[in-house]
Ligand binder design. Sequence first.
Ligand SMILES: [Zn+2]
Length: 502
Amino acid sequence: MMKKTLLYILLLGLPLTGNQYITAQELSYQQKISLLDKKNQALSFDSDLKLSGAESVLDKKLFQLRKEFLSETEKQKVPLYNSSFNQIKPLIENSKLFDIIRSMPKGGLLHTHSGGITDAKWIIETARKYKESYIYVQKDNDQYIFGQMAFFAKDKVPAGFVNLDEKLSSDHGFEKQLQELLILKRDQLCNYTDYWIEFEKRFKRTGSLLSYRPFFKAYYLKGFQDLIKDNVQHVEIRFIFDQLYDFEHGKYSLNTSITDLQDILKEIHKTAPQFTLKLIYSSFKFLDSKGVDQQLEAAFQLKKEFPDMITGFDLVADEAAGNSIYSFHESWMKLNSLSKKYGVDMPLFLHAGESNSVFNKNVLDLTLLNNKRIGHGLNLIYFPKTMELIKKQNKLVEVSPISNQILGYVSDMRNHPARVLLSNGVQCSINSDDPGVYGYEGLSYDFWVAFVYWELDVKALKKLVYNSINYSSLNEKEKKEAILYLDKQWIDFVTQMNQKLN
Ligand SMILES: [Zn+2]
């Protein structure tokens, strides 16, 4: 008993000796609770961080702002917890908290996809400027779907396509209709939607635009500018390689995508020298193992040529419809020999556990593979031993809250599984997955959702932001520079916000 009391004193400081209203029994109960509270906090993903005086001041201010926001929505009877992202988007944009989160440095966006980065409105506006851009305006068939856009030489336009600019100019309601066809919304949480079918249709409608080289260049320039505007300094794209083409030259080799991106980066660096980019070679879960073997081979070839640009490999698509990660185990076993053959390594960054089902065991494989980060990991919380291993192996989960709601995995954002991961000490980062398809730009909306619905504090925000650089695939030198930049941005942010919020 003596030992125990001593332990409490060491952990909690001296008991309230002067308080004669608390009996010995109550005091010990209070101390037990306090100890338990501390033990829980020590398990949290951000327990190693200690806030500076200025950060603690900001923390109190943000706590107060969120409290005011929540009591105001309560007063207005806004069903905050039963609303979709689309329904509360205007509310987010008008909140003071959103301004603050927008100006917060966010480090890196570690999980986004080629084809999902830039907004629909810009895509339409830009595509119509090319006289070779066409749109399919007939009923879906095996080859094309309504609203699918593509570039064609004038004498090679397939039946069912009409010139995009002419269509938009002659049919005034069409632009809005097309925007709706490019954005996936979950208008009501209780409506039925075949999410993945609708989701993939969005990519099909714009997919062909992206292989047209002039459009490709404009698209990524816009995408990077959006991120920089939102205070994102680094991005890693799950990149589906396709041969670029134009009408003068025809098809280019796969390398051209990378060299063009490097040129765009040079352009970006004129005004934002801190901005960095890495590509994760991505293919599809619906391939068979032979197909995955070929894709791995192609990824190694490209990485050998561009070791600083390609940092890893992933397989995407609906996990419920695609093959399991396990089904490709023979391909994964070849990674070591491929590394030797090409002289580069190929870490995996697999999407896994984007599911609510315990029958999807994709997260189990990750503990056995050289898999640095996990895309989504929503059902990881149902496999406690795996969760413990992921934590021990220090692998990060890339969380995309808005994407998860829109694709139907989470409804009330307060119940997002990432909260369980964070409180159990699994490292996470905040991501936007496919903001263009979800009708927004940047990373601030996802941070807003996490801050408000998960009751985060400044310590958690800071840890999430720093995780996005610390767990990035930047090399050691690049990481060091990125952290130096982020440190300065973070201090400036805290100082400026404390001055602004009085
Ligand atoms: Zn994804």
